[in-house]
Design a protein around this ligand. Structure first.
Ligand code: SAM
Length: 284
């Protein structure tokens, strides 16, 4: 991986604007040109795309996205980044920056801005809120074409894994219900300023037109999934009875499990997405 121009650009921006990377906003800026190019490549950015970038920071990725996409909307919470972005993005009239918290932003309005363009999310995400951001993007009902994001390697693995792994959980099932995940690039800490204390990976989620399993009430299925992983060492029967969001009797759950040919004492962590969908349809 090359490590040349962006590193010196980042360091001169940091000095000029007296930027102090804010831990509370998960600020670790990408400084590796090779990795930045690979993200744009992995996302398959083209001139029919409206790219929505979460957390542009100092604009290293934004600039590259603007060169390839039809339009870029970048949402940044930290107002100290705005003058930097104005400077870095000068001359790109296809790019707008919104200073806001992505979790409080009307994403539907943003996605509808350029009708006819494919909307893709591309981001080096702030790690402290990866799960809420990814979950809300997936559950939004907005038809993003794809979501290509840098996350902690451990979280990328959680998104991709299935039953039998200790990393399997509610996030894996949400990601796999809405999309086909693929880890594209592993990125070491040296590619960032300041260096994060963990390894990072870029994962691409290709969103399905139709989910791979049919379930009558997806929201109810996700309540069951969340309840079973909240007490993952307990049997599914106990977890669903104890959780205030489900409160399903042990008898009802064990009857449904038997109908599905599953051990009534099974734990939720052993069930596939298909089995959760079938169970949910019996319990709803
Ligand atoms: N894209 C830049 C890069 O790759 O160098 C910066 C990535 S940095 C890991 C995460 C960015 O997300 C920071 O700029 C941070 O200020 C921003 N951020 C953190 N929380 C946010 C939120 N709730 N809404 C929007 N942006 C946020």
């Amino acid at each position: 991986m090359s490590n040349s121009n962006q590193k010196s650009t980042t360091m001169s921006i940091v000095r000029k604007h007296d930027i102090k990377a804010q831990k509370k906003y998960g600020q670790n800026f990408l400084t590796d040109d090779g990795v930045l190019d690979e993200i744009v490549e992995a996302a398959g950015v083209c001139d029919r795309d409206h790219i929505v970038e979460i957390g542009p920071g100092l604009g290293a990725l934004t600039k590259r996205l603007a060169e390839k996409a039809s339009h870029v909307t970048a949402i940044e919470i930290d107002s100290q980044m705005i003058p930097v972005l104005d400077e870095v993005l000068e001359g790109f009239d296809n790019t707008r920056v919104i200073c806001a918290d992505v979790l409080k932003t009307d994403m539907k309005e943003i996605a509808d801005t350029y009708p006819g363009e494919d909307v893709k999310i591309v981001a080096n995400l702030p790690y402290y809120i990866t799960t809420p951001i990814v979950t809300s993007l997936l559950e939004s009902g907005i038809h993003y074409r794809s979501i290509t994001v840098m996350v902690q390697t451990e979280v990328a693995e959680r998104m991709q894994t299935g039953p039998g792994s200790k990393d399997y959980g509610a996030l894996s099932l949400a990601v796999q219900y809405y999309s086909k995940p693929e880890i594209m690039i592993d990125v070491p800490p040296e590619c960032f300023y300041p260096m994060p204390g963990v390894g990072s990976s870029v994962i691409k989620l290709d969103l399905y037109e139709e989910p791979p399993v049919k379930v009558s009430d997806p929201a109810f299925m996700f309540r069951i999934i969340k309840a079973s992983f909240m007490q993952r060492r307990k049997t599914l029967q106990n977890a669903l009875q104890n959780n205030p969001d489900t409160r399903i009797s042990r008898e009802k759950t064990s009857g449904a499990l038997e109908k599905l040919g599953l051990d009534p004492l099974i734990r939720g962590e052993a069930l596939t997405l298909e089995q959760f969908a079938a169970l949910s349809d019996l319990l709803v």
